[in-house]
Ligand binder design. Structure first.
Ligand code: HEC
Ligand code: HEC
Length: 193
């Protein structure tokens, strides 16, 4: 009797295991819609002008400096430190607060560029998505840390209080944090192109 039961188990189990290993394909549309909102913010000048690549040159654009992004004036280069330490420190001009002078430097605590792997400026939505999804290219391994950073980091929050002459990105920091958390839960899909 026991042997008979075991035989049934052996025959029945593999089929079930296979069925369980292949969950029904998930519809990527809701996740992609969330990503498109995330990308609206990440690629917005208030964020992308700091999220630049290897050359370490921040960008200027917007009402204050014209619609087309151009390299930061005064030959500013962030260098390996990403904070200008070897040349002229970002914080020599960028204090924790926005300057109230027209064309004065905006400000937030610890003003500096992120690592080149976090480049968003000049990249497509698909490129930004694939690099952001990859924990090896992301600075913060866990999405919880990223969500926390978006909610609390002064440089991110500055994007929504950029001072006179600069437009803020759409949504809010808290909404963006929620989009990122939901996008991750939905399987973190990225657009093809
Ligand atoms: C010599 C002073 C000075 C230094 C040093 C400096 N900046 Fe600036 N920065 C400015 C000024 C002034 C503005 C505003 C220009 C304007 O509105 O016309 C500015 C604007 C910016 C902006 C806003 C761009 C935008 O369009 O919203 C970013 C980003 C920025 N700087 C990043 C940096 C980083 C990163 C460093 C260090 C690697 C740095 N800056 C070093 C003076 C400086
Ligand atoms: C003044 C420059 C600056 C601006 C402006 C800025 N960031 Fe960043 N960002 C950084 C730095 C530097 C880091 C790396 C973490 C750190 O050192 O604080 C970073 C990291 C991040 C990360 C984590 C990425 C990862 O892979 O771990 C996110 C998400 C982020 N920023 C979102 C934004 C958003 C959204 C905006 C615009 C609303 C923005 N940032 C504007 C400098 C900036």
């Amino acid at each position: 009797m026991i042997r008979y039961a075991l035989l049934i188990l052996l025959i029945a189990c593999p089929a079930e295991a296979v069925a369980e290993a292949q969950p029904p394909a998930r519809d990527p549309a809701p996740g992609l819609a969330l990503w498109s909102r995330i990308n609206e913010v990440f690629s917005h000048p208030r964020c992308a002008n700091c999220h630049v690549g290897e050359d370490g040159v921040p960008m200027w654009s917007g009402a204050s400096n014209g619609p087309v992004a151009r390299p930061h004036g005064m030959n500013i280069v962030a260098g390996d430190s990403r904070n200008g330490a070897t040349y002229l420190a970002c914080t020599a001009c960028h204090t924790p607060r926005n300057s109230e002078m027209p064309h004065g430097p905006p400000g937030a605590v610890d003003w500096k560029l992120p690592a080149p792997e976090r480049q968003w400026f000049d990249k497509s939505s698909a490129e930004i998505c694939r690099q952001f999804r990859d924990p090896r290219l992301r600075g913060m391994a866990s999405i919880d840390d990223v969500v926390d950073h978006i909610r609390n980091d002064g440089k991110v929050r500055w994007g929504w209080s950029p001072g006179p002459g600069r437009a803020a990105p759409p949504y809010s920091a808290d909404q963006l944090a929620a989009f990122v958390a939901q996008w991750d839960k939905s399987g973190a899909p990225c657009p093809e192109q």
